[in-house]
Design a protein around this ligand. Structure first.
Ligand SMILES: *Cc1c(COP(=O)(O)O)cnc(C)c1O
Length: 221
């Protein structure tokens, strides 16, 4: 399947799932996760008109979007979906439109300081460790309400939404449903959830952003 056909297929499936949830295809944003993909594949994806991309590493994203594809940078929305170290906060503020992985106070502080330097604070999502897994980053559900209150009251940060990666070995549905509940409870309207294997389930449970890599570009090397 060509990249354009793969994207068409995913967009069709998004439309079907959106309809099942009483929404329109346009209510869902397809984030093309280009991490580790070749320049050829990324170029082909750009030529389809795809305009939202996700990257999980700051340095790799800089190489791709500030150098190789810098001509396209202003035409796309770039989202950081991987963990962010505080010492990369300035770079991340400069490069990304959206950071989906705000998950600790130290990072909130670093981002506010970085925004002062760069003159720009990206849109922020809070990452939730929805399955409470030891190896995963994210705020655990029990701490989320207080974390968001702290962002609002101490740092003047108004997050736009929540993001999660459910445990690989368990059914994703209940985790997606919990993320939606946590968002609603905190007055947040955007939900980044669902990847190649489960984006349809995620949309039926309220996802507004699905992060799809391998099903769009092909397997990563
Ligand atoms: C890699 C990655 C994805 C995309 O995964 P696929 O299974 O290839 O669709 C989505 N979200 C995050 C946070 C990722 O790191």
């Amino acid at each position: 399947m060509s990249i354009a056909d793969a994207r068409r297929n995913i967009l069709d499936r998004i439309a079907v799932s959106a309809k099942r949830d009483g929404r329109r295809a346009n209510d869902i944003t397809l984030v093309a996760v280009s991490k580790q993909q070749s320049d050829e594949r990324v170029q082909a994806m750009l030529e389809t008109g795809q305009s939202v991309f996700g990257e999980n590493r700051v340095q790799e994203a800089q190489k791709r979007w500030a150098h190789t594809f810098s001509n396209w940078r202003d035409k796309i929305e770039l989202r950081l979906i991987g963990p962010l170290q505080t010492n990369k906060a300035v770079d991340a503020c400069q490069l990304f439109d959206v950071i989906e992985t705000l998950d600790r106070e130290k990072l909130a502080k670093a981002l506010v300081n970085a925004a002062e330097k760069t003159g720009k604070l990206p849109t922020l999502f809070v990452q939730v460790n929805i399955g409470e897994e030891e190896q995963k980053s994210g705020v655990v559900p029990a701490d989320l309400d207080a974390f968001i209150e702290m962002l609002r009251n101490t740092y003047g940060i108004e997050p736009e939404g929540l993001m999660c990666i459910p445990p690989a070995a368990l059914a994703a549905g209940p985790h997606f449903a919990l993320l939606k509940k946590l968002a609603t409870r905190n007055g947040l309207t955007k939900l980044s959830m669902g990847m190649s294997g489960d984006f349809e389930t995620a949309i039926e449970l309220g996802a507004t952003h699905v992060r799809v890599g391998s099903a769009l570009f092909g397997e990563r090397p």
